[in-house]
Design a protein around this ligand. Structure first.
Ligand code: GTP
Ligand code: MG
Length: 198
C-alpha cells in the first residue's frame, strides 16, 4: 500500500489494451471502474485537483484504453478503465471491453491494491457492477464503492439510495460523492478511504 495522504503531482503515463511492463513494475495500482458515463475520469480529476488531467466527456464511451496516471512521482498509479455498458457500442465491442476489464482485474497479476467501483448514485448497481462485486468478493480483493453525482439528488433521495446500494453490495463501503461539486474536505475523506488498508 502507498501511505499517501496528499496528492502533490499527477501525470499521464500511458494507455494500454493488453499486457504491458507497467503492470509488473511493482507500483501499487488503484483501479477506477464502472459503467460508461458515471464519472470515473471526472472523479480522478477531482481527486488530483486538476480539471483536465483525464479527458472527460458528455459523450459516453470516451475512455477506450486502460489509462495509467502516476501519482506523487509514481508512488502509486491511478488507473482509469473504459466504461462498460455503453449502449451505442456493438455487442462485440461491449464484450471485448468487459473482457479487458476482467482480464486486468482478475488475471493479469497486476499489483491492484484497491478497486474503486463508481456508480451513478441515482441509477444504483448495474448487472456488471454486481458481477464484478461477486468476483472481487470471491477473490477477497479490496474494493470500495463511490456513489457519484449525488448533486443530482436531494438529501432524502441520497440516503435512500445509499441504503439500497449498500444492501445490494453486501454491506460494502459506499461513499456518496460528487466529482463536479466536491469540497476539499470531502475529497480528502475519499482519498483516505481509497488509500486505507482493509
Ligand atoms: N452532475 C454531475 N455530473 C457529473 C459528475 N461527475 C461527472 N459528471 C459528468 O458526467 C459526464 C461523464 O463524465 P466522465 O468523467 O467522462 O465519465 P466516465 O465514467 O469517465 O465515462 P467513460 O469514459 O465514457 O466511461 C460528464 O459530462 C461529466 O461532467 C457529478 O458528480 N455530477
Ligand atoms: Mg472516462
Amino acid at each position: 500500500m502507498s501511505n499517501i495522504t496528499k496528492i502533490n503531482s499527477a501525470e499521464f503515463l500511458k494507455g494500454i489494451i493488453g499486457t504491458d511492463d507497467i503492470l509488473y513494475d511493482g507500483v501499487p495500482e488503484y483501479a477506477f471502474v464502472g459503467r460508461s458515463n458515471v464519472g470515473k475520469s471526472s472523479t480522478i480529476n477531482s481527486l488530483v485537483n486538476r480539471k483536465d488531467l483525464v479527458k472527460t466527456s458528455n459523450r459516453p464511451g470516451k475512455t477506450t484504453e486502460i489509462n495509467f496516471f502516476g501519482i506523487n512521482n509514481k508512488k502509486c498509479y491511478f488507473v482509469d478503465l473504459p466504461g462498460y455498458g455503453y449502449a451505442k457500442r456493438s455487442p462485440k465491442e461491449k464484450e471485448s471491453i468487459e473482457k479487458l476489464i476482467l482480464w486486468y482485474l482478475m488475471y493479469s497479476d497486476a499489483a491492484v491494491s484497491k478497486v474503486v467501483i463508481i456508480l451513478d448514485a441515482k441509477a444504483g448497481l448495474t448487472d456488471f457492477d454486481s458481477e464484478m462485486i461477486r468476483v472481487l468478493r470471491e477473490k477477497e480483493h479490496p474494493y470500495l464503492i463511490i456513489a457519484n453525482k449525488v448533486d443530482k439528488l436531494n438529501q432524502k433521495e441520497t440516503s435512500a439510495q445509499m441504503r439500497s446500494i449498500k444492501e445490494a453490495a453486501h454491506e460494502a463501503t459506499v461513499v456518496p460523492y460528487s466529482a463536479t461539486e466536491v469540497t476539499p474536505k470531502e475529497r480528502d475523506a475519499l482519498l483516505r478511504e481509497i488509500f486505507a488498508e482493509d
